[in-house]
Write a protein that binds this ligand. Structure first.
Ligand code: PLP
Length: 820
């Protein structure tokens, strides 16, 4: 009660005003009269952080006092976005803060925009981790997120002559008010060196890892505020530092410059996020990054276990669950084995039992090029002891369970081995992850089925009980309450406020689809967001668009499997039709793209250029007369997504069936009342089940049809020759019309034709175009469209990350909810 009373006092307008003023004066040394907008943003954030930190301390203390199991979420990426508004709304002090600032002559909404995005992730996987952090606190689950404190997040994207140019993202050049250094929890990490076998006085062998290089990991904590909950968990991000002792000798020898060079090299480890989404590059620095953050995090977990309790090691899993977000942190498995066997002197079999009970693994992709492997030679150089441990895990596995199930079957052993033998030996991180954990999950029902049937069929046969589905979700706080407060208020007015914490209540909105006055309000909110987005488009792209046109949105990473080029071919075809028939009666549309391409992904960059080149022609062609606009909003990320999503009418989810594990953008758009045009892929399948076939546009080949077509021998030329519309569109796009250079988009054309069209764009084109014609027709009946949109919002309660996280807590982590 006392804590609550304190909170109530802290959360008055006057108290906030005093806090903000004090931070301006004493923390920032600024005069109130002359403080910059950025100073005000920082002071406000610090005032909020003060209030939140109190709850973080209480949460930690209570979790420790009760000795509850915690989950430790290990992820190389967290795509957090901005924190101030989200934290204010989740903490329930948004209105108070707005009032306090307004009384001091400041506009909170303007200050919020001062915050740089915390963009420590590439796309869906990193944003999922951020949504999970929000849900873990909101659902009162004891949790710690672990990751890397990258100095540079995902690059900033700019277009020069329509081509992507990358710039560094110095998100914390001015520091960040949200993070707190924890130097007392610094960790030391060893790398490289050699392993020596030694014997103790009883003649027992053990391994010593020697002559290593050392790095230090400094943790930074970011408080994660739950919505309508007192739980504040933390996200702990490790920054790499040089080990001073290591350099001291060099200093003494007078090699001052050399010593500082070593220091700079050590610090590169947490310098920059690798900008590849879904594909792996196999670079040494990346492996070092992975091991660095895993070693720091496990050491931190072990420190807490040893310091907090005097329990035998067998109790470790009852205190700590560790979730591996994809295989990126999979080196945690041999690292925990190393700690238990080499340092704590446990028997191998007991250590392995603890490992399997501790870890669980989420698979995020079926794309073969995205399945992580590491060359054995590289692994051996960087982590020689870990490689030995992996070999021993593998030996026991192949000689044990595999031999028992398939005696004498060498082919099976090659298939299941942790080591790939063909084309240079490689460690298969996905096999290691499945084997070293008690649960492996896919992220949507279809994806999990394919995981069991196609990716890991033998593992599934050996250990069927380890596999489960946990369909992804998104936090409704950020992706509705924060980004669309107008709709959030309308929903609360209509069905009460409980839906933000219990998303199953959202279905109560369904009946309002038949209420004309509700539809009008719903539509007015959407239109307001379209007007706001039109202004952003005018400012960032210099193109004027009508808020009455259909806003057709494809926002996600640029990847061939996501098929932005399918969308583009359809746009080119519409453009052709308008020119061929000046009176063509079509629904005015604004096609909106947002996507970054990996800097080394040549074809993806060619597609970006092609979209921009088509946009430049379409947007300025008087013959089009405003019926089509094509917009590529640069630098797609969380904050711009929060502007685009509430303004979208149509959500493009058009990946080749079987390629998109889940998608989460699809959920955010449907939640905000956009209708989906999509394939039966990832979570689209479940969105269809929830919203009903009459409220979604589904087209294209199914997974089974894709498999069958490929088995039959897919030939994109057949489609090219059979469809005049498709042929003319491709040839026009690849001509000199759009850029003056007829070779400019040859790579794109070649990928679709002579290189075999691996993602079946040509095969799906006609069905896609037909589905788009349905959309065109449907949008003309606005009353009906609004009904469908409301059904989408009302029926997607399943896709709250609260539901996902409660499933993890119940089915994988066995975690209690703890009221703080
Ligand atoms: N990037 C950002 C900023 C997002 O918010 C999302 C959505 O969840 C994604 C990427 C992933 O989008 P998709 O699921 O469409 O690939």
């Amino acid at each position: 009660m006392e804590a609550l009373a304190n909170c109530a006092v802290l959360n008055t307008t006057d108290s906030l005003k005093l806090s903000i003023t004090n931070h301006l004066r004493f923390t920032l040394g600024a005069y109130i009269e002359t403080a910059s907008e950025n100073d005000w943003y920082v002071a406000t954030s610090l005032a909020v952080r003060d209030r939140v930190m109190e709850r973080a301390t209480q949460s930690r203390r209570q979790h420790r006092a009760q000795g509850v199991r915690r989950v430790h979420y290990l992820s190389l990426e967290y795509l957090m976005g901005r924190l101030l508004e989200n934290n204010l709304r989740n903490a329930g002090i948004y209105d108070t803060a707005k009032q306090a600032l307004s009384e001091m002559g400041k506009d909170l909404d303007a200050l919020v925009q001062k915050e740089p995005d915390m963009g420590l992730g590439n796309g869906g996987l990193g944003r999922l981790a951020a949504c999970f952090m929000d849900s873990l606190s909101t659902m009162d689950l004891p949790a710690i997120g672990y990751g890397i404190h990258y100095e540079f997040g995902l690059f900033r994207q700019e277009f020069v002559n329509g081509k992507q140019v990358e710039h560094p993202d110095a998100w914390m050049r001015d520091g960040s008010p949200w993070k707190i250094a924890r130097p007392s929890y610094r960790q030391t990490v060893h790398l490289y060196g050699q392993v020596i076998q030694k014997f103790d006085e009883f003649g027992q062998p053990h391994h010593e890892w020697m002559d290593t290089k050392c790095l230090l990991g400094l943790p930074w904590d970011i408080p994660i505020v739950g919505y309508d909950s007192n739980t504040v968990n933390v996200l702990r991000l490790w920054q790499a530092q040089a080990d001073e002792d290591f350099n001291f000798k060099v200093f003494n020898e007078g090699s001052y410059i050399e010593a500082l060079r070593e220091k700079a090299i050590a610090e590169t480890v947490s310098k920059v996020l690798y900008p590849n989404d879904a594909t792996e590059s196999g670079k040494e620095l990346r492996l070092v990054q992975q091991y660095f953050f895993v070693a720091c995090s496990l050491a931190d977990i072990v420190r807490r276990f040893k310091g907090g309790y005097t329990l035998p090691w067998s109790e470790f899993p009852s205190k700590a669950a560790v979730q591996l977000n994809d295989t990126h942190p999979a080196v945690a498995i041999p690292e925990l084995m190393r700690i238990l066997v080499d340092e704590e002197k446990l028997e191998w079999s007991q250590a392995w039992d603890i490992c399997q009970k501790t870890f669980s693994y989420t698979n995020h992709t079926l794309l073969p090029e995205a399945l992580e492997t590491w060359s054995v030679a590289l692994f051996e150089r960087v982590l020689p002891r870990h490689l030995q441990i992996i070999y021993e895990i593998n030996r026991r596995f192949l000689e044990g369970d595999v031999e028992a199930r398939w005696p004498g079957d060498g082919e099976k052993k090659r298939h299941l081995s942790l080591i790939e033998e063909s084309g240079g030996k490689k460690v298969r991180m996905a096999h290691l992850s499945v084997l070293g954990s008690h649960a492996t999950n896919g992220v949507a029902a279809l994806h999990t089925r394919l995981l069991c049937e196609r990716l890991f069929p033998e593992f599934f046969e050996l250990y069927p009980d380890r596999f489960l589905n946990l369909t992804n979700g998104v936090t409704f706080r950020r992706w509705l309450d924060v980004c669309n407060p107008e709709l959030s208020s309308l929903i609360t007015e209509s069905i009460g406020s409980g839906w933000l914490k219990d998303s199953s209540k959202l279905i109560q909105l369904d009946r309002f689809a038949d209420d004309a006055s509700f539809r009008e309000k719903f539509h007015a909110i959407k239109r307001g967001h379209k007007v706001r987005l039109a202004k952003i488009i005018q400012d960032s792209c210099g193109v004027s668009v009508s808020p009455d046109a259909l806003f057709d949105v494809q926002i996600k990473r640029l990847h061939e499997y996501k098929r932005q080029h399918l969308n583009l071919l359809h746009i080119v075809s519409l453009y052709r039709k308008i020119i061929a028939n000046p009176n063509l009666d079509i629904t005015p549309r604004v096609f909106i793209f947002g996507a970054k391409a990996a800097p080394g992904y040549y074809l993806a960059k060619n597609i970006i250029h092609a979209i921009n080149a088509v946009a430049a022609k379409v947007n300025h062609d008087p013959r089009v007369d405003g019926r089509l606009k094509v917009i590529y909003i640069p630098n797609y990320g969380v904050s711009i997504a929060e502007r685009i999503i509430p303004a979208a009418d149509l959500s493009e989810q058009i990946s080749t069936a079987g390629k998109e594990a889940s998608g989460t953008g699809n959920m955010k758009l449907a939640l905000n009342g956009a209708l989906t045009i999509g394939t039966l892929d990832g979570a689209n399948v479940e969105i269809l089940e929830e919203v009903g076939p009459e409220n979604i546009f589904i087209f294209g080949l199914t997974v089974e049809e894709v498999t069958e077509l490929n088995a039959r021998g897919y030939n994109p030329w057949d489609y090219y020759n059979a469809s005049e519309e498709l042929r003319l569109s491709i040839d026009w796009l690849a001509s000199d019309y759009f850029t003056g250079n007829q070779d400019e988009f040859k790579p794109l054309r070649d990928s679709l034709l002579s290189h075999g069209d691996p993602f079946l764009v040509m095969a799906d084109y006609d069905k896609y175009a037909a589905s788009q014609a349905e959309v065109d027709k449907a949008y003309r009946d606005q009353a009906h469209w609004q009904k469908m949109a409301i059904h989408n919002t009302a029926r997607v309660g399943k896709f709250s990350s609260d539901r996902t996280i409660l499933e993890y807590a119940k089915n994988v982590w066995k975690l209690p909810q703890v009221q703080v």
